[in-house]
Write a protein that binds this ligand. Sequence first.
Ligand code: AMP
Length: 286
Amino acid sequence: MRTVTTRAELEQSLAQLPRPIALVPTMGALHAGHAALIDTARRTAATVVVSIFVNPRQFANAADVARYPRTLEGDEQLAKAAGADLLFTPTVDEIYPPSETVATIEPGPLASRLEGASRPGHFAGVATVVSRLFDLVRPDEAYFGVKDAQQVRVVAWMAAQRSDRITIHRVATVRDRDDLALSSRNQMLSANGRVAAAKTIPVALSLIAEAYASGVTSVATLRTLAERVITAEPSVTLDYLDFADSASLVPLAEDAHVGDAASGEVLVSLAAVVDGVRLIDAITLP
Ligand code: AMP
């Protein structure tokens, strides 16, 4: 595996690598969730390119960008072991050259609620950087995790607006032993925060899945079950627990039932803040 940081080096390396090319965009501090994306890409693509770029345009402020974990040496080892061929670790100036105006890419109709509402500008930043990476790497396909449920839908919408027909693949969430979804942000939690997160976020979603499996379909009832678990833990602040149609992200009314979703699938997504760290997780029903 080669690591390159400039667009020129990327171009040179890509010229020698076979198609189809899969891209796995990340912000680094790689873990087994990222490895699952790389490993899944490896099964079909001739070349797997992993990018590591902490994209300032998707953060609300510079302090959040600065405190995002960076572990490049470990990342190189993990990416290589998972089967990456090329690691692209550009600087901010390489992605957004000061001499060029990099236009903001429209994140589309799926970007307005949930993370889009809580983090204004976030998905415009995501759409812009992913589109930029698509332009530079010119992949045939790209892999994203369903933990970031709204992100993969926004990216798929953005990709569908482009003429280059890049296939967007979704990969299941990898969880830790305590069931907390793996996330680079987990490193920023205190020991107590970690325990509080694990005994609320995945538990709330599992309760919903289990109640649904045993026949409970009312949105209001499922919400009450889950919210009770989270509000019982004072160190965890719930931002939202949302039931929406999985394709359109249109919210289900409180008096609706899971079966009312037009696409036949409901996305249950949750955002909570622990130790000042924003964590998200999601499941789909059925
Ligand atoms: P990030 O580095 O957090 O921007 O994530 C890069 C990619 O990895 C995104 O497509 C995420 O959805 C995906 N990802 C992050 N955590 C997990 C996880 N626990 N399981 C599967 N995919 C994940």
